[in-house]
Design a protein around this ligand. Structure first.
Ligand code: C2E
Ligand code: MG
Ligand code: MG
Length: 551
């Protein structure tokens, strides 16, 4: 059980002692003998005080001056103050209340009353640390409490952070409604607080994500698997739900948020959602690890330092083996971390709204490079640029692209954009017409990662595409799964009926390439032909194609 901390500020040692005796069973007590000392202790940050008991008449900085200093620092909302002075004239009290004091204790202290009122005042401020729905700590409450707790631990390596994600929470919400979703969250919190884990702090960190600080010894994978299948009884229906869990052992100094980020990151390394729905953070992940905050804070500098490079992956014509086009793929080559995988920073940039800057950079760069090569008499091909769903929420981005496309199209399809179905919602909410406007100006649209999501067919119904890219996950299984082979063949035929060409993504073997050829797939992209190449290497690749008549 972790006790809340209270700061007693009084120049009289006897007075401090009396209050300490009343409170110390329930609370951790820290003492200061005047206002300045109190401020120094709070600012040092070793404690998270839930309450200050403040004398009014003191040397150095008296009670009123102390309250004024608190207010200057914006503490009045976070840190309740109870006055404990012997000077209880109406005038003294109303001055203290004006300065934000929450309550007043008269001497002699009645232990029962003191305890009650301390509890009440703390409880009434508690909401800023708590998630109102579940009663768990909220994000900032958890981080404060956990950081403070670990700071005081002799051996922080005895602890671990666990990150729980309610699987398919969106689906639960849409089946049961928001109230049903809320019930799932409440049950999750109750389950966690009661579980054998005996977490030190439980928080609903964000949406359907729960984070716990636990003793590492208490983590019992078997028990966790057992408790993973939760059943919610909701207005006569029972609904099953499960968690995905990431675990990060606290093995070094640093803010708890780092361990939360690691635990969350390890979720993306879960290999089997059913048999092993958890992952433990390890150093291999650490090489790839980059926390969201540092992506955001470094983005502008990294752009300015040209750490972002555009790579080009050739796309070949299936029937002839000639190069047909290429896809522009962004690479972040970080001076310290080295190569950072796009799937680690793109989602972060999407959340922060920076992705549009990056996409615009790629668009401009591709255009600039191809124009230069063309002017130098070198071979070029159309290069497609990936757009993010976020771009369609950004009116400036849309306008920028639209403004430049018209000037750049030299032949239909010389400018191309790849869009995934995750853009669907953004398009519907914003400028659905932007896609047709782009096509009218001669740009081609590619439906990316077809088949990987839920509403690909819906996208095809609403918008017109020139080329469809079959997701890599299908190509992977072409050789071993006859059903997949049929699905791929059917997608290709469907596209041809709808007047679209087809690219198969991620072909790595000769067998895959042969099957795709037999099935009349138009184009193939994959390591079998080439990995994504830096600009210079791509230039060579094109030169070689030219020399061999493959362009
Ligand atoms: P995507 O658009 O589907 O890009 C294809 C991904 O498949 C690339 O991963 C490429 O390197 C990989 N790939 C191609 N052939 C093979 C293969 O034979 N085997 C395997 N294992 N992989 C292959 P990459 O470059 O890591 O990019 C991942 C995703 O990040 C892209 O998926 C795209 O959605 C996004 N992305 C990349 N660059 C940009 C960009 O400039 N802007 C935006 N908004 N997203 C980008
Ligand atoms: Mg793509
Ligand atoms: Mg793709």
């Amino acid at each position: 059980m972790v006790k809340n901390e209270i700061l007693i500020v009084d120049d009289s040692e006897i007075n401090r002692e009396m209050l300490r005796l009343i409170l110390e069973d329930e609370y951790d007590i820290v003492e200061a003998s005047n206002g300045q000392e109190a401020i120094d202790i709070i600012e040092k940050g070793d404690h998270v005080f839930r309450l200050v008991l403040l004398d009014l008449v003191m040397p150095v900085l008296n009670g009123y001056e102390t309250l004024q200093e608190f207010n200057k620092r914006g503490w009045q909302h976070k840190l309740p103050v109870i006055i404990i002075s012997g000077d209880s004239t109406d005038e003294a009290l109303s001055r203290a209340y004006d300065l934000g004091a929450a309550d007043f204790f008269a001497k002699p202290y009645n232990p029962q009353i003191v305890l009650r009122r301390v509890m009440n005042v703390i409880a009434s401020r508690e909401y800023s640390y708590r998630d109102l729905l579940t009663g768990a700590y909220n994000r900032s409450g958890f981080l404060q409490m956990a950081n403070n707790f670990l700071q005081k631990c002799e051996d922080r390596t005895k602890y671990a952070v666990m990150f729980f994600d309610v699987k398919n929470f969106k689906a639960i919400n849409s089946v049961l409604g928001t109230e049903g979703g809320d019930a799932v969250l409440k049950q999750t919190y109750r389950g966690m607080s009661g579980a054998g884990l005996e977490p030190i702090f439980v928080s609903r960190f964000e949406a359907d994500h729960f984070v716990c600080l636990v003793e590492a010894d208490k983590i019992d994978i078997d028990a966790m698997m057992h408790e993973n299948n939760q059943v919610l009884d909701w207005t006569g229906r029972s609904m099953q739900f499960r968690f995905r869990t990431g675990i990060s052992y606290i093995d070094s100094d640093g803010d708890v948020i780092n361990f939360v980020d690691r635990a969350k990151l390890s979720l993306s390394y879960i290999e089997d959602e059913y048999l092993k729905p958890y992952a433990i953070f390890d150093d291999k992940m650490a090489n790839n690890y980059i926390n969201a905050a540092s992506v955001t804070s470094e983005f502008d500098t990294s752009m300015a330092n040209e750490e972002f490079k555009v790579y080009y992956q050739p796309i070949m014509e299936a029937a002839t083996g000639k190069i047909a086009s290429a896809e522009a793929l962004i690479r972040w080559i970080h001076p310290i971390r080295g190569f950072v995988r796009p799937d680690l920073f793109i989602p972060v940039l999407e959340k922060d709204g920076f992705i549009s800057k990056l996409d615009l950079f790629v668009d401009r760069k591709v255009n600039q490079v191809m124009r230069r090569w063309h002017d130098q008499g070198l071979p070029t091909v159309p290069v497609s640029v990936n757009l993010s769903w976020m771009d369609f929420y950004d009116q400036d981005m849309i306008q920028n692209i639209l403004d430049h496309v018209a000037q750049r199209v030299t032949a239909p399809g010389s400018v191309r954009y790849e869009i995934t179905e995750s853009s669907f919602a953004a398009l519907k909410e914003n400028r659905g017409d932007v896609l047709s406007a782009l096509r009218e100006q001669g740009a081609w649209l590619l439906m990316d990662d077809f088949g990987s999501g839920y509403s690909s067919l819906g996208m095809l119904m609403h918008y017109k595409f020139d080329i469809l890219k079959i997701d890599m996950s299908f190509v992977r299984q072409l050789e071993n799964n006859p059903d997949v082979k049929h699905i791929v063949k059917m997608i290709i035929d469907m596209c041809h009926l709808l007047g679209m060409k087809v690219v198969a993504e991620g072909a790595e073997t000769e067998t895959q390439v042969n099957i795709l050829r037999e099935d009349n797939c138009d184009y193939i992209q994959g390591y079998y032909f080439s990995k994504p190449l830096p600009e210079e290497d791509f230039k060579q690749f094109l030169a070689k194609c030219k020399a061999e008549g493959k362009i």
